[in-house]
Design a protein around this ligand. Structure first.
Ligand SMILES: [Zn+2]
Length: 103
């Protein structure tokens, strides 16, 4: 992580990186690729600090995953972008995919 370049933008092709979020944050923020949205394929990202509001720098790429435990199931988190997470039709498609994956 120490050799990652700090940038003033989030590179939405990178696997991870450091975002210079000053003056709001004193330290650069570490962002991580969390997978392609299962509905639209948009690359989703999260900040390591857990502050992933889509109104922030992640925008539409903010991951709002479906979490198995919230549905009484087990399995991997299903990546879902901010756009699809806020659209009922797309959310239902994601849930259908998730239910085929989860146990
Ligand atoms: Zn999506």
């Amino acid at each position: 992580m120490s050799d990652m370049k700090v940038r003033n933008f989030i590179c939405f092709t990178a696997k991870e990186g450091l975002y210079n979020h000053s003056p709001y944050y004193s330290e650069p923020r570490h962002f991580i690729f969390t997978g392609a949205c299962v509905v639209c394929g948009r690359r989703t990202y999260e900040f390591e600090d857990g502050e992933n509001d889509p109104r922030g720098p992640l925008g539409d790429h903010a991951n709002d995953p479906l979490v198995a435990e919230e549905y009484g199931k087990t399995g991997k988190d299903i990546p879902l972008c901010a756009i699809c997470a806020n659209d009922h039709t797309r959310y239902d498609i994601a849930l259908e995919i998730a239910n085929k994956t989860w146990k």
